[in-house]
Write a protein that binds this ligand. Structure first.
Ligand SMILES: [Cu+2]
Length: 114
């Protein structure tokens, strides 16, 4: 009897683990286009693992934030992905660090970690 109980517990545990793995991190799509990002602000939770999926609608853009250790190149027609787990609460600016035209200097978005 106790052998059956152990097998049932193991099967239930395996099922729970599969469910968690299949779910994976939350994915947030971010589109870069001269001269901004859509959405312009995202909110993450401290300690939550999130995948940022980056797209460009026109030219090559950058996605850079020193405090969040982000430094991605976004090429048109391709998808760049970065998975982060922010550990610091705050409001962080992420900028384009590839010159993309006259308004390049104002191209940024906000990542809020709460
Ligand atoms: Cu730019």
């Amino acid at each position: 009897m106790s052998g059956i109980a152990v097998v049932v517990v193991i099967l239930m545990s395996a099922g729970a683990a599969r469910k968690v793995n299949a779910q994976g991190p939350r994915v947030i799509d971010i589109t870069a286009k001269r001269y901004g990002f859509t959405p312009s602000t995202i909110t993450l939770k401290k300690g939550e693992t999130v995948t940022l999926r980056l797209h460009s609608e026109d030219v090559v853009h950058g996605f850079f934030s020193r405090p969040l250790k982000l430094d991605e190149t976004i090429e048109p027609g391709k998808t760049a992905e970065v998975t982060i787990t922010p550990q610091t609460v705050g409001t962080f600016q992420t900028i384009c660090d590839h010159f993309c035209g006259a308004g390049h200097g104002s191209m940024s978005m906000t990542i809020v970690v709460e």
